[in-house]
Write a new protein. Structure first.
Lengths: 239, 422
């Protein structure tokens, strides 16, 4: 459903993506792992249209989206939960969720959609009149995911949902991601540094090194891969 | 409090005194007096030392206060009085404020001077509310807001003097023109943020003023436009002796002729215009576009990722903010009956921005308090002539010391579903 072929993205003269090929099928959870500066976030921003690809194609449901504006891409059903959560800290939890429904506002299913998000993350319901900035890191991540779900995406792009969050909450968030995929039938494209968690969750996974995909395969298989174990699992995140 | 701290505070205050001396020395100390054949300098060192002394003392008290709040009660009680103005109380304040504003012209002590000051304060409140859409909600620092005020005033003046149309037709037209200029400014600055945006908008304000001075054929240059029609009370002019076939206001209502009728009418006009601005802002906050403004202020990338179109969002903020500036400009033109580029200098923009910032960004009631405080204090010291700007500066310093985030810093959540606890 989402097919990325030979995408190259630059920041000025600096090349961040050097011909990325990758595809995500309907209903899958696909993880992308890689170290700092490999180009993971750049790839997500390029899919979302915030950064533009200088070369290559991104096709979503048969339509080229590499030159579309970000808001058009969201309208088509690709929504991103950006790195570092980026919630609107001076707006309340509920206002944040309402903004998530911005692309979906004409749908008028707001009451229903927000109930679904509150069912998924009950803590948000308790905090709905609180300002976003007063939530804990984990709650903010839930809010950011809930906010993105309000746009009723077909594909959810998640950028490092475990970043700066207590390990206990990380587990909870990964369980929620699985639920979103299985119960709400939302395709997930997950970018993570926490390789173990990401690979355990994924149907398929890719490894990005210096702007290029070097290894790909089913998540469980990559978990057993010797190179990946050496580079991303043993020395790095152990939880 | 430790001795070290006191010495440190004292040193700091002396340094403040030095700065004060450098400023007040030439400005206040050397007074030029024209006597017969030329200008003579009369020094007034006494006043300078008094002012410098006040600065040192003030700085010292502030230092001690911030070092140890409990020990020095003067400031802490004062500032807690200020902090007790919460949004909740602000609501009661707003209702009593509006009631007071409605009966104000008929209070026994209200005279012509009070009415003029009140009209001026209301004009600034309206401008503050208009700018609040751009700065407070959308978070775009606009230092050239006076440009839209000018566009509104000149549109009104030119249309009214050329075609002779009535105020009620010209007013929306002026708003449309100003909104158009808002979009015109909006396009080139879409990519700019923060300081850079502020610089460009500042330049835009100056460009408009310079065009007004130099486009002599249309704007009559620095001479300005005279004979702008006064507003009429729904077709009834405020004249002592109406023209042939016309009935004037006082004849129609069988009243003794008084110039106050027109002043009171102007007062209610600006009051209604200002309240419309406020009502509009409060309503639009709850609509998708208003929410998108606030989200854009918080985080542009998050907005993009959620499908908010930043281009349209910014342009509507500029256009709507400008429109209300244009309305205020029309009012200004019809009230003065004379406008010239001199009324639209940068200092006006600065005052409006100061009102919004000192009121607490995005707070509607804060704008009212800041307008009353800043314009009122400046008016109270009118006898000091050019030194009244010192009072203006002093008022700003006071707000910044006691309420560094603005008089009403906390924005109340816009939506509370199902009657939640407050």
């Amino acid at each position: 459903m989402l097919k990325i072929s030979n995408v190259e993205t630059f920041y000025g003269k600096i090349q961040a993506l050097r011909g990325v090929d990758l595809d995500v099928n309907d209903g899958e959870i696909v993880s992308l792992i890689g170290s700092n500066g490999a180009g993971k976030s750049t790839l997500l921003m390029t899919i979302s249209g915030v950064n533009k690809a200088r070369k290559g194609n991104i096709v979503f449901n048969g339509e080229n989206i590499e030159n579309k504006d970000p808001h058009k891409i969201v309208d088509m059903g690709i929504c991103q939960v950006p790195e570092g959560r980026r919630i609107f800290s001076r707006l309340t939890v509920e206002e944040n969720l309402r903004l998530g429904a911005h692309a979906n506002e004409k749908g008028k299913h707001f009451e229903n959609d927000i109930k679904e998000v509150y069912d998924l993350f009950p803590v948000l319901s308790d905090r709905k009149t609180q300002r976003g900035g007063t939530l804990s890191g984990g709650e903010q991540q839930m809010l950011a995911i809930g906010r993105a779900l309000m746009s009723k995406p077909k594909v959810l792009l998640l950028d490092e949902p475990s970043l700066g969050i207590a390990p206990k909450l990380v587990n909870q968030i990964f369980v929620s991601i699985k639920n979103i995929n299985k119960e709400k039938n939302v395709t997930i494209f997950l970018v993570e540094q926490n390789a173990k968690k990401a690979l355990e969750l994924a149907d398929r996974a890719y490894v990005l090194v210096n702007g290029k995909v070097t290894i790909k395969g089913p998540g469980q298989e990559l978990l057993k891969n010797k190179d990946i174990q050496a580079a991303y699992l043993e020395g790095g995140a152990k939880n | 409090m430790e001795k070290k701290d006191i010495i440190q505070s004292f040193k700091d205050s002396l340094f403040t005194g030095l700065i004060a001396l450098a400023l007040f020395g030439p400005i206040v100390g050397l007074r030029t007096v024209s006597k017969g054949e030329g200008l003579f300098i009369t020094p007034q060192w006494g006043v300078v030392f008094l002012l410098v002394g006040l600065c040192i003392l003030g700085r010292f008290l502030i230092n001690i206060n911030s070092a140890r709040r409990t020990e020095f009660k003067i400031f802490s009680t004062l500032s807690s009085k200020f902090s007790s103005i919460t949004e909740d109380k602000a609501k009661h304040f707003a209702i009593t404020g509006i009631l007071f504003a409605v009966v104000f012209p008929f209070l026994p002590f209200t005279d012509r001077y009070f009415m003029d000051v009140a009209i001026m304060i209301l004009t600034y409140i309206m401008l503050g509310w208009g700018l609040n859409i751009v700065v407070g909600l959308a978070g775009l620092l606009d230092l050239g807001y006076v440009a839209f005020y000018a566009v509104g005033a000149y549109s009104y003046a030119l249309i009214a003097t050329t075609f002779g149309w009535s105020f009620w037709i010209c007013l929306p037209l002026a708003g449309v023109f100003a909104a158009f200029f808002g979009i015109l400014l909006g396009f080139p600055v879409l990519r700019l943020r923060g300081d850079y945006l502020a610089i460009v908008t500042l330049g835009f304000g100056e460009i408009i003023r310079i065009i007004l001075i130099n486009w002599y054929e249309v704007t009559n240059g620095p001479d300005g436009i005279t004979g702008i029609p006064r507003p009429s009370f729904f077709g009834l002019p405020f004249k002592r002796s109406p023209d042939e076939g016309e009935t004037s206001f006082h004849l129609f209502f069988n009243l003794e002729y008084s110039t106050m009728h027109r002043i009171i009418f102007l007062y209610y006009l600006i009051l209604v215009l200002a309240l419309i601005t406020n009502y509009f802002t409060l309503k639009i906050r709850k609509l998708p576009v208003g929410r998108a403004w606030e989200a854009l202020r918080e985080d542009e990338i998050a907005c993009k990722s959620l499908g908010v179109n930043p281009t349209n969002t910014k342009l509507t903020a500029f256009a709507i903010g400008a429109m209300f500036g244009g309305f205020a400009g029309s009012f200004f033109a019809t009230r003065q009956a004379f406008i010239s580029p001199e009324s639209f200098t940068f200092i006006e923009s600065a005052i409006i921005v100061a009102i919004v910032v000192l009121g607490g960004m995005g707070s509607q009631t804060g704008v009212v308090l800041a307008s009353i405080f800043l314009i009122g204090i400046t008016e109270m010291f009118r006898d000091l002539e050019q030194f009244r700007m010192i009072a203006f500066g002093g008022a700003m310093v006071l707000i910044m010391v006691f309420k560094p985030k603005g008089i009403l810093a906390n924005r109340k959540p816009t939506i509370l579903m199902h009657g939640d606890k407050k």
